[in-house]
Design a protein around this ligand. Structure first.
Ligand code: SAM
Length: 230
């Protein structure tokens, strides 16, 4: 059974589906999609031997070897020029690693119209990368599963560079408009964590002033957002 989190990622794949799932682990997502949609094709990329073998096994068990290619390699390097995948999913990693994979593999994204990303932490770093590289955030989702809160960021390639405020980068332009229950839960808890960290930062004399100022600014933004009634 696919997790609620990966089912939510799957929802944003548009037909005709030919996608690369980078860091695919068991290749559950590519197999789920290709079992549901007989026209869909996918590439499951994995850098580590264990997950790569697990991905191959899932594909064989589901008799999908003709439509799901499993490739071993770092990030987007598993894609070849003539693959022309139209969408890429990267889920279950930190925002910094997702951004690194996108940055290093930019040349492989020429035919990719949509990125569906699910950073476990640091989603703002991913959003910053997206706008800098002309991807407009077209959908976002926040959900809770087994006590963890996850964000999904969907971005489409555009011709003009999108602009985002610090508030939109931090909370997500769509999520901050909606401010649903899970969102409020996340940011109440983030506020507590950040206040604690701020106290430690101030005690540790070596933390640069700009970093403390940015942290204070973000805490103020969090308070504004969680205390707004409209
Ligand atoms: N995407 C799946 C999910 O969301 O459930 C698996 C997430 S798992 C926590 C992260 C996977 O990414 C691991 O299997 C790891 O081997 C793989 N990974 C980490 N860095 C990678 C990279 N640079 N390129 C490809 N795969 C990577």
């Amino acid at each position: 059974m696919l997790s609620k989190r990966l089912k939510s990622v799957a929802k944003y794949l548009e037909k005709p589906v030919f996608f690369a799932d980078i860091g695919s682990d068991h290749a559950y997502l590519p197999c789920y999609i290709c079992l549901k949609d007989p026209e869909a094709r996918a590439i499951a990329g994995e850098v580590n031997e264990g997950p790569y073998q697990r991905a191959k096994m899932t594909v064989i068990e589901n008799s999908l070897s003709d439509r799901v290619g499993v490739r071993k390699g770092n990030g987007l390097e598993v894609l070849h020029e003539n693959d022309s995948v139209n969408q890429v999913t990267i889920a279950g990693m930190g925002g910094k690693l997702i951004t690194k994979i996108l940055e290093e593999g930019q040349d492989k994204l020429e035919d990719t119209r949509r990125l569906i990303l699910q950073p476990n932490i640091d989603a703002h770093i991913v959003r910053q990368w997206l706008i800098t590289h002309f991807y407009q955030i077209t959908a976002e989702e926040i959900l809770e599963e087994d006590g963890y809160i996850y964000e999904i960021v969907v971005a489409d390639k555009v011709n003009n560079q999108p602009v985002m405020t610090r508030k939109e980068l931090l909370f997500g332009p769509k999520l901050v408009q909606e401010r649903n229950e899970v969102f409020m839960k996340k940011w109440h808890s983030e506020r507590e964590k950040r206040l604690e960290l701020l106290t430690s930062m101030k005690k540790a004399k070596q933390v640069p002033g700009e970093k403390i100022a940015q942290w204070e600014n973000d805490i103020q933004l969090i308070e504004e957002v969680i205390h707004t009634n409209d």
